[in-house]
Design a protein. Structure first.
Length: 118
């Protein structure tokens, strides 16, 4: 089972479950591929929420390679997910959230609950 605290997720491609993780090396590959000068610039690019299909492909490919899979972006492009485009987008979003710590963990609320009036 993937450990999201380590930035890992599991995703199913072509009926097989793969682990993905954006390691430091994978993040460096993304910085280079996106022309980002540093991790802050890279995170800023993702926060814009405007990604092309090739961007999603690159994120997923880097995540697979970061988890130890010897797979090229061309091979990733031929892989299928059950939900089509929405599935690819979800995988990339989940991977980025696990990597950059965006969002609540284990179903916990993002902020503490509002105090109740006594």
């Amino acid at each position: 089972m993937a450990n999201t605290k380590r930035g890992e997720i599991d995703a199913t491609f072509d009926g097989r479950t793969f682990r993905l993780c954006l390691t430091l090396g994978a993040l460096a590959e993304l910085e280079s591929g996106f022309g980002a000068s540093d991790l802050i610039a890279l995170a800023g690019r993702f926060e814009e929420r405007r990604l092309a299909a090739r961007d999603i492909l690159r994120i997923i490919g880097c995540g697979l390679r970061g988890a130890g899979h010897d797979i090229s972006d061309e091979e990733v492009a031929r892989m299928k997910v059950s939900d089509g485009l929405a599935g690819y987008v979800r995988i990339a979003a989940d991977l980025l959230a696990a990597t950059f710590g965006d969002g609540p963990e284990n179903g916990a609320p993002a902020n503490p609950p509002t105090p109740q009036d006594a």
